[in-house]
Design a protein around this ligand. Structure first.
Ligand code: ACO
Length: 325
């Protein structure tokens, strides 16, 4: 009998500090950087984002989201036999955020590790957890996307600093004879490494390079729309389903125009697209589980529905997970 990975519960966390576009524009103006609510809304659909407090790291956000997911699933941290965190903004070079979350949850012993695939990180992490559950090496997995992108933004660069926010989202996956994750699809192409990157690293106690986010926005836009259609179609084909079977499309929340173009290409009506980019900005690996948890908690997503989760991000990386909720 096939073993499926089924979502038992979801959770999320947003830091307290919320900045509307007007708030951010006012802060940037003090540093001589000009932007406006009109520009940001028109080009991206973003209206607000949350920024972590100085003392908060990715592991703190991740732990809050994990506690909510555990509560929704009705299990305790001791029941987990796998923890994976998708992040590109870890608390430290090492150890991993996942081991920190494990300790903060009061658990010990089960494998815990991070996955770094930038905005596709949660899709990568979910796929790995699904493979481990299908192989029998895990039965109950905590999968988290958590980011503090505010730490790697250049607030002198208005073309990027208005786009991102901080947050975390989590799911509990359990082995089940009921569907479950139906199909997954992952890709990467390193030749695009320069169009979205943070080109700096730690070297002998200092930083070499420029450790802030750099992006060629138009190149990212073009690439994202194409691969998001391709990967969704690949997952549908693997599960013998069509775009008409999608109840909810939950894409990476980078830009409303990318999401609308993808929905159009997939012939999914816009009212079936879960949108949180307006309130969260782009939270990278956290954006998909944050959107999922939002639509589960407000009652839009119901048991038995078919969800298409898909992401694209730095690397370039992209992929999708098709599942029956
Ligand atoms: N406020 C006001 N004006 C701005 C701002 C800003 N924040 N940023 C740029 N501008 C100006 C530019 O200076 C330029 O002015 P000019 O014409 O006088 O030179 C003008 O707006 C147009 O700039 P473009 O960069 O051409 O704007 P574009 O329409 O391409 O929109 C954007 C930029 C929103 C970044 C778009 O390219 C995009 O959405 N790309 C996708 C990138 C993305 O979503 N990245 C997220 C990370 S990647 C991921 O998650 C997959």
């Amino acid at each position: 009998m096939r073993i499926f990975s089924r979502i038992l519960g979801t959770g999320s966390y947003l830091p307290e500090k919320r900045l509307t576009n007007a708030d951010l524009a006012a802060e940037l103006a003090q540093q001589g950087v000009e932007t406006s609510d009109d520009w940001i809304v028109e080009r991206t659909g973003i209206r607000a984002r949350h920024f972590a407090a100085d003392a908060q790291g990715s592991s703190d956000l991740a732990t809050e989201a994990a506690r909510q997911a555990l509560g929704a699933a009705g299990i305790s941290a001791d029941d987990l036999d796998l923890i994976i965190v998708a992040t590109s903004t870890p608390d430290m070079v090492f150890p991993s955020v996942a081991t920190m979350v494990q300790h903060k949850l009061g658990a010990a012993g089960c494998p815990a590790f991070d996955v770094q695939a930038v905005c596709s990180g949660f899709i990568y992490a979910l796929t790995i957890a699904d493979s481990m559950i299908q192989s029998g090496s895990a039965k109950c997995a905590l999968v988290i996307g958590s980011e503090v992108f505010s730490r790697i933004l250049d607030f002198q660069d208005r073309t990027t600093c208005v786009l991102f926010g901080d947050g975390a989202g989590a799911v509990i996956l359990e082995a089940s004879d009921q569907p479950g994750i139906l199909a997954t699809d992952l890709h990467a192409d390193g030749k695009y490494k320069d169009i979205l990157c943070v080109p700096g690293h730690v070297n002998r106690g200092g930083i070499l390079g420029d450790p802030v986010l750099k992006m060629d926005g138009q190149a990212v836009f073009k690439l994202a729309v194409g691969v998001l259609e391709d990967t969704a179609r690949a997952s549908l084909a693997k599960a013998n389903l069509t775009d008409a079977d999608i109840d909810w499309l939950i894409p990476h929340q980078a830009n409303i125009r990318i999401m609308q173009s993808t929905a159009k290409k997939l012939k999914v009506s816009v009212d079936k697209v879960v949108v949180t980019v307006d309130q969260h900005g782009n939270t990278s690996a956290a954006s998909i589980p944050l959107a999922l948890d939002t639509a589960v908690r407000d009652g839009r997503i119901q048991r038995g529905q078919t969800l298409m989760l898909e992401g694209v991000g730095g690397g370039f990386t992209w992929g999708s997970v098709l599942l029956r909720y």
